[in-house]
Design a binder for this molecule. Structure first.
Ligand SMILES: [Zn+2]
Length: 89
């Protein structure tokens, strides 16, 4: 199977999903479910259509996660600064 054929299939499949979603009334919406942006990594919660799985509503990303990212970045940054100072001496 050539790459071109695979891409054609993928494009057609994407188009089918888009058409399906555009024609879906989204009448059955799920409760809040955790959104996984990568395996094991949950960032926020979403409500999806139970028929076509389109995201209907998104919660804001958790402030706690943002704070953790910021503090770990600052810690790493300070550590690098200290490391540099020691090398200068
Ligand atoms: Zn739907």
């Amino acid at each position: 199977m050539s790459d071109e054929k695979y891409k054609q299939m993928l494009d057609r499949h994407k188009q089918e999903i888009e058409d399906f979603r555009n024609n879906c009334p989204h009448s059955v919406i799920s409760d809040w479910i955790p959104f996984m942006w990568a395996p094991g990594h949950f960032s926020h919660h979403v409500k999806v259509c139970e028929r076509c799985y389109k995201t209907i509503e998104e919660s804001m990303p958790q402030p706690v996660i943002k704070a953790e990212v910021t503090s770990s970045y600052q810690t790493e940054h300070k550590w690098k600064e200290n490391d540099k100072k020691e090398k200068d001496l």
